[in-house]
Design a protein around this ligand. Structure first.
Ligand code: AMP
Ligand code: MG
Length: 472
């Protein structure tokens, strides 16, 4: 059956200052690395042999109904406003309405230069494409809202970074690619008409039940206040929480220098460009509030009365840390088997985290094995952990089914950095088996499957990844 993608595009009908329409730059000799058939079915895509999939998802051929465009946006990068970013290496092919009734974007990443490429080449190399494929799909399996990976292809061309690497293209799927930075660009231009058009579009697409700029802001705050504690709960560090990498539907987006922590360290940073630790693990809840304040600043001019609006917006932002903390407490309480959370449980959670910091305990394995000797072995001074465990056992004795709750709240497998490096190195040698195996394992991250017990192991000193790099 020939490939059919039931495109139903709306962004392409927005005013022409929202994007640049262009086609992907063709590549010389593309080949398919991966195709996510279950996701394709969700999107309503049917048919397609390897050759057709390769042509469409390399950008060499435009599918019927596709109206490709690069989206304009701006954003604060490490706190500094950059007035023009936009899709410099991505191209929105269009949208489909899936079998579940949800509208989603289908986007190529690494598809060649666009008017927003600035000095970049519009391309991506194999490493970041495999990283995003594995990590975004793992996040989905962990139950965390995220963009998805539909396909990955090798371009057959090389891309120059520190040296020459094989080029690759990812097909990314998202409920939309509207970012805080998409609002910021029109606010900065004082183009209130475009700002209003974007707001109405984003409300209709993501939050049809809300009204006006304040309703929208509150809805985005709620989504992001749910998302960031979920990251914290799996030891995830995004690495570049710039406002252009913050999507308004509350999906994790832009897997650049992101990483899952091995040893627990609240100040952990992996990104090579984050020298001040702005986006460290434990600063993420503060940064998201800062980002929301930028969204509020962009939206407030759409309010009729200046002073009152500023007050209402300020109140919404000020309420966010509490919301985040409540969600954080619920998630971490569940991780230690507590479903009916009491305020004093926060002390018990924090006591464990302090012990984990001091004891250099592995984040994932400590929680996954809590209550067993292998958790105890995570700590440099196990006796300190023993004291905590006595108090904890007393607390969970009043819970109905703490162990079932823990089993579904504590993943056994996360995509550890050294494993990602390993699959990339193998792929560079033409061996995709480790990539495929890691994907299969991460499909069921809560299962203690002995077949994948090697993937549970933290890195040895030699395997440890000290820094991750932007996905360019
Ligand atoms: P990121 O840090 O990946 O979110 O990217 C920030 C901005 O740089 C976005 O506007 C990207 O489109 C752009 N960009 C990143 N890599 C490239 C590249 N290789 N070519 C062109 N633009 C790029
Ligand atoms: Mg980005």
């Amino acid at each position: 059956m020939t490939l059919s993608i039931p495109f139903d595009n709306t962004y392409a009908n927005l005013p022409t200052n929202f994007y640049s329409k262009l086609t992907a730059k063709t590549v010389s000799d593309p080949s398919l690395i991966a195709y996510n058939s279950p996701l394709a079915i969700e999107l309503g895509i049917t048919g397609g042999n390897d050759r057709e999939l390769t042509e469409i998802f390399s950008g060499n051929k435009i599918a019927i109904g596709s109206d490709p465009l690069a989206q304009l946006y701006s954003g604060h990068q490490f706190g500094q406003y950059n007035p023009q970013l936009g899709d410099g290496r991505a191209l929105l092919l269009g949208e489909t309405i899936g079998s579940d009734g949800l509208r989603r974007d289908i986007q190529l990443k690494g598809s060649g230069p666009t008017p927003y490429s600035r000095s970049g080449d519009g391309r991506a190399w194999l490493g970041p494409i495999l990283r995003e494929y594995v990590v975004s799909e793992a996040m989905h399996a962990l139950g965390i809202p995220t963009t998805r990976a539909l396909a990955a292809v090798l371009s057959g061309e090389t891309v120059l970074r520190e040296k020459l690497f094989p080029g690759a293209i990812l097909t990314r799927v998202a409920s939309s690619h509207i970012r805080i930075g998409t609002f910021q660009v029109y606010a900065a231009q004082r183009d209130w008409s475009s700002l209003k058009t974007l707001l109405d579009y984003a409300i209709a697409r993501h939050y049809p039940h809300v009204e006006g700029p304040l309703g929208f802001l509150e809805a985005v705050i709620k989504s992001q206040a749910a998302l960031i504690p979920k990251w914290m709960g799996v030891g995830f560090i995004h690495g570049v929480m710039n406002t252009d990498n913050c999507q308004v539907a509350g999906e994790t987006i832009d897997y650049g220098p992101c990483a899952f922590m091995d040893r627990y360290n609240p100040m952990q940073v992996y990104s090579s460009i984050d020298r001040m630790g702005r986006y460290a693990y434990s600063t993420q809840p503060d940064i998201i509030v800062w980002n929301m304040a930028q969204l509020a600043t962009a939206l407030v001019p759409l309010m009729p009365d200046g002073d009152e609006a500023v007050e209402a917006f300020t109140k919404a932002i000020h309420a966010m840390p509490r919301l985040i903390n409540q969600n954080w407490r619920t998630i971490f309480a569940a991780k230690i088997g507590i479903s009916a959370v009491h305020p004093e449980d926060e002390r018990l959670i924090n006591a464990l985290l302090t012990l984990m910091t001091d004891g250099q305990a592995d984040f994932t394995n400590t929680f996954a094995d809590l209550g067993s000797t292998s958790a105890r072995e995570q700590f440099i001074e196990p006796k300190k952990y023993d004291m905590w465990e006595i108090e904890w056992q007393k607390r969970i004795a009043t819970e109905k089914d703490p162990h079932t709750l823990m089993a579904k709240s504590n993943p056994v497998l996360v995509p550890r950095n050294h494993r990602i490096e390993e699959i990339i190195l193998a792929a560079l040698m033409g061996d995709y088996a480790p990539f495929q195996r890691l994907q299969i394992a991460l499909n069921a991250p809560f299962e203690k499957n002995s077949e994948f017990s090697d993937l549970r192991r933290p890195p040895s000193v030699a395997q440890e990844v000290k820094a991750t790099f932007c996905g360019t």
